[in-house]
Ligand binder design. Structure first.
Ligand SMILES: Nc1ncnc2c1ncn2[C@@H]1O[C@H](COP(=O)(O)OP(=O)(O)OP(=O)(O)O)[C@@H](O)[C@H]1O
Length: 443
């Protein structure tokens, strides 16, 4: 258990920061901003994070503390809340560098029109989230995002006015590089501290289920988890991107962790190989079900390959499992193939994964999007596995594959849909927004 305690002074600061709205960024902005960054640009990025991360963390601390149905009292939820508070404190107390007036001036010079970032657009999934029965127009429950406390009048500088990269011809002092290095090290530690967040929150939900002897979490908790994990994806994306910009060697196809030339065929192919390997190991098969991939080999776009491979890997595991469980692992040579078709439209790149694994009963469809719903019998011991960092790629059993994959797809303006034909199989559509201009769906 973390020994960290939240003092009342720290609570005050948390409430103050949580009263500011979060500032979403778009993939496109991150790509344009991070191309060939100078120490000055990296410094600007760290200034943005030094302001934005505490706001995002403060929202989460407050939410973790105000969870409904006494969920906040669960030991694992406490633990996670304290990690967030500790990271918040480290960020707001991190010493600022001493910069000369000339350097300050250079940093504050208005960006030229040529280096201005494009505006981001609202993420389409915000509309869906706000119109869900719990948030926005719903009537049932009064539990709102952020405890309903964001003061919209506290406007913050939008991304497009905040970031610029026109700092190439300036000689930056060594203190700046030193600050950039130390800041990067600090957020790297924060990222590591939060590695087990998904698993620990899930454990908190289990503790709650046990204590109140109930099987299912309500829609309000479900929406809360969606919001919480979505926020986590965003925080980790910002931190991961910053660390990569500061520490990775230059690569012509990468800006930080964003691949500007992400080859869909290659990423999906690798996910297929990995998922089949896990399937073969799990069922003790010599050869897992065949998977056919139909995808233009030269189809590329800007994306975070890690997000795409995570989504595909999770979906493929589901399809492989469904096929094996329907036909049995001993009928290796006659298993119907899983078909993966990738097409490119103007707005979206869509990946369709079709299996003949028997589909899902219609009554179970709402459940598959809930966290911790699984039909895996004897899933791996959740609590033991949950002490590790993120998932260690088991075949199935946590019931996180679908809901988390949908969040990853939505994060950059895409979506995930599943259509089942009970008695035959399942089609899953992954829509990836290739315009990359939508900002993170933050609440
Ligand atoms: N292609 C599919 N065919 C049949 N059932 C499926 C398919 N995809 C998902 N399901 C059902 O939905 C449930 C939830 O899937 P989800 O991916 O969220 O979790 P999981 O696979 O059980 O565990 P994990 O979190 O380890 O992925 C599965 O247990 C399974 O019953």
């Amino acid at each position: 258990m973390s020994g960290f305690k939240i003092s009342s002074a720290l609570w005050d600061k948390i409430h103050h920061f949580a009263s500011f709205p979060q500032t979403g960024v778009s993939l496109q902005q991150m790509v344009l901003f991070g191309q060939n960054p100078s120490q000055g640009t990296l410094f600007k990025a760290s200034q943005f994070l030094a302001e934005e991360l505490p706001v995002r963390l403060a929202h989460r601390v407050k939410e973790l503390d105000q969870l409904p149905h006494k969920m906040s009292d669960m030991p694992s939820i406490h633990k996670v809340r304290n990690w967030y508070a500790q990271s918040f404190e480290e960020l707001i107390t991190f010493p600022k560098p001493n910069l000369t007036e000339i350097v300050r001036q250079a940093l504050n010079d208005a960006p030229s029109a040529a280096t201005k970032l494009p505006e981001s657009k609202p993420n389409p999934s915000m509309y869906r989230i706000l119109n869900s029965p719990v948030n926005g127009n719903g009537n049932g429950n009064s539990f709102k995002a952020n405890g309903g406390a964001v003061d919209k009048t506290k406007l913050r500088i939008p991304m497009e006015r905040r970031y610029f990269a026109s700092t190439k011809n300036i000689e930056w002092p060594p203190e700046m590089a030193d600050y950039n290095r130390r800041f990067t090290d600090m957020i790297d530690l924060i990222k590591k501290r939060h590695d087990p967040t998904v698993t620990t929150v899930a454990q908190g939900v289990l503790e709650w289920k046990r204590m109140y002897k109930t099987e299912h979490i309500g829609l309000d908790m479900q929406n809360w988890l969606d919001r919480f994990y979505m926020s986590r994806i965003g925080i980790r994306f910002l931190i991961g991107q910053h660390i990569a910009l500061n520490t990775f060697p230059n690569h012509e196809d990468y800006v930080g962790i964003i691949c500007t030339n992400c080859n869909v065929h290659d990423v999906v192919h690798e996910a297929i190989e990995n998922a089949r390997f896990v399937c073969e190991e799990h069922y003790g098969m010599f050869k897992g079900p065949p998977v056919q991939l139909i995808c233009p080999k030269d189809l590329t776009f800007s994306y975070v390959p890690g997000h795409l491979s995570h989504i595909c890997f999770e979906l493929l595991k589901n399809s492989l499992r469904a096929v094996v469980e329907r036909y049995g692992s001993s009928s290796e040579d006659t298993l119907p193939p899983i078909k993966v078709i990738v097409v490119e439209g103007k707005e979206d790149i869509t990946i369709k994964i079709s299996d003949e694994g028997g589909g899902i009963p219609r009554s179970a469809i709402p459940l598959i999007w809930t966290y911790m719903y699984t039909t895996m019998e004897n899933p791996q011991d959740i609590e033991q596995d949950f002490t590790a960092s993120d998932f260690q790629a088991p075949m199935a059993g946590f019931g996180y594959g679908l809901p988390l994959s949908r969040l990853y797809a939505r994060y950059f303006g895409g979506d995930l849909r599943l259509i089942s034909m009970e008695g035959f199989g399942t089609d899953v559509y992954v829509h990836l927004n290739r315009l990359s201009s939508s900002r993170e769906p933050l609440q």
